[in-house]
Every structure is written in C-alpha cells, then in structure tokens.
Design a protein around this ligand. Structure first.
Ligand code: CTP
Ligand code: CA
Length: 228
C-alpha cells in the first residue's frame, strides 16, 4: 500500500478555510454578490483533510456538495463569515480563498423595496466590510501559525501580490494570474505564483484540484520540514 504514506501528514493540525462569495442583503429578497464558485476553497479543504488535518470550512453560498469528513459552517454575509472564523479559532492554518464582498449595504430594509409611480430609483449606500484575512493575521495570541491569502491579479501579478502579503500581514499569498490573455478567469484551471517571505515560485497551469494538492504539500512541508 503506497501513496498515502508518501503524503506528509497534517494529522493533529486544525485548518480553517474560507470559500465562496458572500451575499450582502439589500432587502429580504435581494442581495449584492459576486461570481465566485467556491471550487478552489472546497478543493483545498478536501486536500488538507486527505492529509489528516481537521478542517473547518466556512463557506458562503455555493452550489457544491460538502466535502466528506469536513465540518462546514454555512454563512451568507461577510460579517457572519468573520464571526464563524473567530468561533473556529484556535487553528494552526488559516486559508482565505473566499471572495468576500468588499462592501455591504449600509441600511438594508426589512421589507421588500417597492417601486412607486414616478419615484426616482433608489440609491444604495455602501459601507466597508471587515477584512477577514487581515483580522486573522492580527489575532494576537490566537493567530494561526500559518495564514494564507489569495489574490487574483490581471497585471504585475508578483508585485501586487507581494504588496498585498505585507499589507494584510499574512504569511503567504497564492496569487492567481488572471491576465485576460491566459483565458483563465472563470475556468477550471489556475495559474499560480506562490509568494512567501522567501520569494516567489511560479507554478505551471494546473486544475484547481491540482493547485489544492500542491498547496497542501507545501503546507505539510512547512509543518514537518524533515519529512518532506
Ligand atoms: N479578504 C478577506 N476579507 C475581505 C476581503 C478580502 O478575507 N473583506 C481576503 C480574500 O479572501 C483573499 C485576500 O483577502 O484571501 C485578498 O482579497 P482581494 O479581494 O484580492 O483583496 P482586497 O484587499 O479586497 O483588495 P481589492 O479587492 O481592492 O484588490
Ligand atoms: Ca476585494
């Protein structure tokens, strides 16, 4: 029986993964959202669990089945996602793949907004959402040992991702090169540059599942450098 033993183990480690979009209510029937599928985050959660980690997956609204053996906390808004992440601490590893909405509607109405004849269209006032990755990276004694963010960039990928790593206080940034000419946006594959304090490493174009496995491998090596 080969294979399984060859994988560096994450047994005994607790990993927190955020995935999917958030939905920010406008009124009881409408919301602001984005096109995130959640697939990369779900694949990472599964890859970490396959290496023996206990995984808490905090997921926005997605159309994916919960990966087996993983504790899934379903949320809708960024505020709920932050609260679920804080409730999941302590953990050893935090991986923020979620496409968290940058803003929420400042005053969602508790009744459906109605058109009135001749009335002007409503103007939505937005307010900033909490930065979940930055808060996890600044969680003081509860800070996970390894905090990893994602960034999709259309140009100057390494420069922008390296700046984001510093600005957010996380350890690694998984930068997704979404230059329009790669045709990668919205597809099944990603083209990754992994940015760490040691520099940057460009990966070949890989499926999201293969990205997840390679990232889980890097994380396992980080925690057991001798056994990799
Ligand atoms: N992130 C987060 N909470 C937010 C916004 C972003 O946890 N409110 C995380 C994402 O999950 C991702 C990383 O921060 O891991 C980078 O997200 P991104 O949207 O690229 O960065 P922003 O700081 O929001 O900057 P901008 O969207 O303006 O490029
Ligand atoms: Ca953003």
């Amino acid at each position: 029986d080969h294979g399984a033993e060859a994988l560096p183990s994450l047994a005994g480690r607790h990993a927190l993964v955020t995935a999917g979009p958030t939905h920010e209510p406008i009124d009881p029937v409408r919301y602001l959202a984005n096109r995130s599928s959640g697939r990369q985050g779900y694949a990472i959660a599964a890859a970490l669990a396959a290496r023996g980690a206990r995984v808490t997956l905090v997921s926005g609204p997605v159309d994916l089945p919960p990966p087996p053996g993983i504790e899934v906390r379903r949320v809708e808004t960024a505020a709920q996602m932050l609260a679920a992440c804080q409730a999941a601490l302590p953990c050893d590893i935090a991986i923020c793949t979620a496409a968290v909405a940058d803003w929420h509607v400042a005053s969602p109405t508790d009744r459906k907004m109605k058109k009135a004849p001749g009335a002007a269209a409503p103007i939505l006032t937005l307010a900033p959402n909490p930065d979940i990755l930055a808060q996890l990276a600044a969680a003081g004694p509860a800070r996970p040992a390894l905090v990893i963010g994602f960034a999709a960039e259309t140009h100057d990928v390494e420069r922008y991702a390296a700046a984001k790593r510093v600005a957010k206080g996380c350890d690694w940034i998984v930068a997704n090169d979404v230059r329009p000419e790669t045709g990668i946006m919205g597809g099944a594959e990603n083209e990754i540059v992994l940015i760490s304090p040691d520099g940057s490493e460009r990966w070949p174009r890989l499926t999201k599942e293969a990205v997840a496995q390679r990232l889980a491998q890097r994380i396992a090596e980080y925690f057991s450098p001798d056994r990799s």
